[in-house]
Design a protein around this ligand. Structure first.
Ligand code: NDP
Length: 452
C-alpha cells in the first residue's frame, strides 16, 4: 500500500493499492510493443504533440497534484508541467528526422545502412522531485522510438503518476503502450529480471541506482542512471553583487533545494566573501516560508518529514564536525516538512558535507584565494553532474568552466534544461544521456544492414 502525505500539513492524503498482476502488466506492454513499433513514426510523433497539448491544457490541475503530494510552489509546479509538455512536443516535432536511416559512405559494399529501432518494453523508475519532467525526459524519446513503458514512480507521487497515464491516454496513446504501476522494490527487481523487459532507466539516489543497475547487469540489460549531484557554482566577479546574490541564492532554493543539479556548493573569491555572505544571509532570513499553496510563500516544505529530518541531520553533523552555521539549520516547529533556509561555511575535506549531496535548502559557501584552488575543490567530489562559472569576462569564465569534471557546464547560468540539450553526468552522478538526440538512442538498436 502506498500512503501519500501532504508535506505542507503533514496530513495523510490518500492510499493506493500496489500492483498484484505483474505478469499481466508485462504481457500488456509486450503486446503493445508489437503494434506500437509497427505504427508509423509520423503517427507516434502526432500523439506526442497531442500529449504536449494536453499537458499544457491541464497545466493548472496537474500542477496542483504535485503541490499537494511533494510541496512544490504553484508557479514552479506549472512551470514544470510546461517543461514536460515542451519535451513531448520537441520529440514529436524533431524526433522523426533524427530517426531517419543513415547511409554510411564506407567502401567495398553497395550499401551500409544504419537504422534506429526500438528494443521493446522498458521500466522507468522515477523520483518525486520533478514528477512530470523526469518522466517526460524518459518517456517521450522512447515512445517516439517505438519502445513501450512501465512507469514505477516514487511512492509519494502516486497521484501525479496516475495523472500522467490518464493525460497520455486521453491524448491518444494506446493503453498497452504506457502502464503506471505502484510497486515495491522487490517487484521492480522481478520486472527488470523478466525477459519481456529490455532495459531500465532510473533517476534517484545512488543506492537505488546501484540496486537497479545490479539487477539489470545480472540480466544483461542496458540501464541509464541519473543520480545525484553536488554541483559547484563558481563566482569570479560581479558587476552587480545584489543581483547575482539574489539569482544564485534563489537558484539554490528552487524546489526547496531538491534538485540533482541545484548549485549546492557556491565558490566565492575571498575579497567578495563578506559582501556576498551578508547579502545571502539577509535574503535567506527574510524569505517567507510556508505552505506550498499559500500566496506569498517563497519557500515551501521539503517532500516529506523524513527527507527534512535527513537534511537537518546532515547540517548538524557538519556543524559538529566544525563547519560554521551562518543562518538556519533547524526544522521549523509546525506541522509539515519545513526547514529554515540554511547557509554553511568553513567546510573542509574531513567533513561529511564535503563529499555528500545535501538535498534541501542548504547553501554551502566556499571561499577561495586562487582559481586553481576553486577548481580543485569543485572537482574533488564523487559527483559530476553539472557546474557553472559566473563572471564579467565571459571568455575567462568559459576557460574555467572547461576545467569542470561534469556532464554539463554553464557560464553565467546554472542548470538550464531544454529539450534539445543533452542531460546527464559523470562519476557517481550516473551514466547515459537523456534529452535531445542522445536520449533517443540509449534504448535503440542502432542496426547495421550491409549489402555487398
Ligand atoms: P530514491 O532513490 O530512493 O527514489 C527514487 C526512485 O527509486 C523512487 O521511485 C523509489 O521508489 C525508487 N527506488 C528506491 N530504491 C529502489 C530499489 N532498490 N529498487 C527499485 N527502485 C527503487 O530517492 P529518495 O526518495 O529516497 O531520496 C533520497 C536521496 O536520493 C535524495 O536525498 C537525493 O540525494 C537523491 N535523489 C536524487 C534525485 C535526482 O534527481 N537525481 C531525485 C530524488 C532523490 P520508492 O519511492 O517507492 O521508494
Amino acid at each position: 500500500m502506498y500512503v501519500t502525505h501532504d508535506p505542507s500539513t503533514g496530513r495523510t492524503d490518500r492510499e493506493y493499492e500496489q500492483i498484484r498482476d505483474v505478469d499481466g502488466v508485462l504481457d500488456t506492454v509486450t503486446g503493445g510493443f508489437a503494434t506500437w513499433r509497427a505504427t508509423d513514426v509520423a503517427e507516434r510523433a502526432r500523439i506526442l504533440v497531442a500529449i504536449a497539448d494536453a499537458f499544457d491544457e491541464h497545466r493548472e490541475e496537474l500542477g496542483k497534484a504535485i503541490t499537494t503530494e511533494m510541496g512544490k510552489l504553484p508557479d514552479q509546479a506549472q512551470g514544470e508541467v510546461e517543461l514536460a509538455a515542451s519535451i513531448y512536443r520537441w520529440y514529436g516535432e524533431h524526433g522523426p528526422a533524427l530517426l531517419e536511416p543513415e547511409s554510411l559512405d564506407v567502401p567495398e559494399a553497395r550499401l551500409n545502412r544504419v537504422t534506429y529501432e526500438p528494443v521493446g518494453p522498458l521500466v522507468g523508475i522515477m523520483p518525486w522531485n520533478y514528477p512530470y519532467y523526469q518522466v517526460a525526459r524518459f518517456a517521450a524519446p522512447n515512445l517516439l522510438l517505438g519502445n513501450t513503458v512501465v512507469l514505477k514512480h516514487a511512492s509519494i507521487c502516486a497521484r501525479s503518476s496516475a495523472a500522467i497515464e490518464k493525460v497520455q491516454r486521453a491524448a491518444g496513446l494506446p493503453e498497452d503502450v504506457f502502464v503506471n504501476v505502484y510497486a515495491s522494490s522487490d517487484t521492480v527487481a522481478e520486472m527488470i529480471a523478466d525477459p519481456r523487459i529490455k532495459g531500465v532507466s532510473l533517476t534517484g539516489s545512488e543506492g537505488a541506482g546501484a540496486a537497479v543497475a545490479t539487477v539489470a547487469a545480472e540480466n544483461l540489460k542496458p540501464s541509464v542512471l541519473e543520480l545525484g549531484g553536488s554541483d559547484p557554482l563558481i563566482i569570479l566577479d560581479a558587476d552587480d553583487l545584489d543581483e547575482l546574490t539574489e539569482t544564485v541564492g534563489r537558484a539554490r532554493l528552487s524546489n526547496c533545494g531538491q534538485a540533482c543539479n541545484s548549485p549546492k556548493r557556491i565558490f566565492v573569491p575571498t575579497q567578495l566573501e563578506e559582501d556576498f555572505l551578508g547579502r545571502l544571509k539577509n535574503l535567506y532570513e527574510e524569505l517567507t516560508v510556508g505552505p506550498a499553496a499559500d500566496e506569498g510563500t517563497e519557500l515551501g516544505p521539503l517532500s516529506s518529514e523524513d527527507a527534512r529530518d535527513d537534511v537537518v541531520e546532515q547540517v548538524e553533523t557538519a556543524v559538529r564536525q566544525g563547519a560554521t552555521l551562518v543562518t538556519g539549520g533547524a526544522a521549523i516547529d509546525r506541522p509539515g516538512a519545513f526547514m529554515q533556509p540554511t547557509i554553511l561555511t568553513g567546510i573542509t575535506e574531513e567533513m561529511d558535507a564535503y563529499r555528500e549531496e545535501i538535498f534541501g535548502p542548504v547553501a554551502m559557501v566556499y571561499t577561495y584565494d586562487s582559481i586553481d584552488e576553486a577548481v580543485r575543490i569543485a572537482n574533488d567530489t564523487p559527483f559530476g553532474l553539472s557546474g557553472s562559472v559566473w563572471g564579467t569576462d565571459t571568455e575567462r569564465a568559459s576557460e574555467v568552466a572547461e576545467r569542470l569534471e561534469v556532464g554539463m557546464a554553464y557560464v553565467n547560468e546554472h542548470g538550464t534544461t531544454l529539450p534539445g540539450l543533452p542531460f546527464g553526468g559523470v562519476k557517481r552522478s550516473g551514466y547515459g544521456r537523456e534529452l535531445g538526440r542522445w536520449g533517443l538512442t540509449e534504448f535503440a538498436n542502432v542496426r547495421l544492414q550491409r549489402v555487398s
